[in-house]
Design a binder for this molecule. Sequence first.
Ligand code: ZN
Length: 476
Amino acid sequence: MRNILLVSLGAFFFQLFPVKAQELQPQVEHMMNRLSKAQSAMKSSACLQDPDCQEAQPSICVFENYCSELSRKSQDFYLYQDADGFRIPNSAMIELAALAEQCGQKPFPQARVDDPFAYPEKFINEEAAGGKASLARHQVTLQKAQDRAGKVFDETRMHLMDYLKKIRTKANASQIDNMIARTQSVKLTYPQMKGSLRDLASAGCDSPNAWYSASDHSIIICPQFLNYPEAALFWTLAHEFSHAFDPCHLSMDFSKQGAIFPDWMDDFTRSQKKEFPAVASKKNPFSKVISCLQGSKSTGVAIPSKAVLIREADQELQEFKKEAKELGMQDLDSIVAENRERKKTIQTQYDEFKACPQLTGRGHICESFADWIASEVLAEKLQKIQEASKAREYAFSSQAVFWGTSCRNIRQNLLNSLKSAKKCLSAEDIQRFLATGEESLHHLSPSRRMNRILLANPQIKKALGCQGGEDVQLCP
Ligand SMILES: [Zn+2]
């Protein structure tokens, strides 16, 4: 498990694979016409004067209420544009349009919004870009966007380090200094921008996304995410930076090149030169937060007990044996030995590595911790924004990636407006399309992440200008 992704993926990747041939239906045409309209509307956009283009502002502070306000925009190509012209694309629409194109077995280049951040193949492919000159122009745009992201990256790092310095005491000084040093040395990288859209997707960029890679101690930002409002980059980067010292990675020694993984993890280590030593879990300065986050008043994420993990390993072996018998396989020795080794690892490594997905198969606690740190840092940042409307806009757009990808009612609305496409798509495609934003083995749903961590923070709620919400405890 090399990468810790911000968003759980799924829906985007399948657009890259061929869908069966079907006749193009009028409703698909209709949707493409809407895309064309969205394109020309955005060209002459005076978005700030348009009340439809402002941030959603429900009175009750829950993810679902934001989504239901935003669903009025479900047929539009952009859900939001900030004062500086940065936008939240309607990712669900981009996905569904790609599916519809495949269903209809017909590309709709005339209907594509000319936005290379929404269609990153325009950054890498001359034909998709619309010629040599356009490709060159897009590449300049990309460079500018990367320069901007670099500035936000530095600024976010500074805010996170200030936050860590603020909570530094005599008792936790060496651990906090270790966290600061880890934060200080994280690198920023981008995926290779050549080849095809499929190559970009295999590199992890099949959607607006960013992640921290412990194996090379760097944060990777996908091109689809680069033109999002600044606050979205800020919050996401704060989350990714904190993975360098989340409860799993803090259990590991780090070189400046990245984590020195214990042998049993089977992960690639670049250098054995120890620069930032592991911190024992009982000495983690955030141990109260980590246990609070597991409480039912907070996210309620559970780290499975040692007994549960052993039982799971036993069950896995039993199931394997059953299947092997049906298939007539004889030699099971290596599987049995591997299973024995796995149980030994659970017994010996549990106390120090129970937060690690490599041991438990679940990443929820590290993700919740990273969300919690990002929310703390965002709250600090918001306090420095004097004007209430600006603070509200910043807090709202900090969650941009969730608004764009994970509002279920936007997805459902889009699907309802495409009744014929529904017939054309397979049940599996539809299910996958609707499932984006649901819980996965490593991520909680955006609803749980926001309602139980971000919106538990009173400063963030105040900036958003909403009240109430789920009955949650502020950690620690
Ligand atoms: Zn994460």
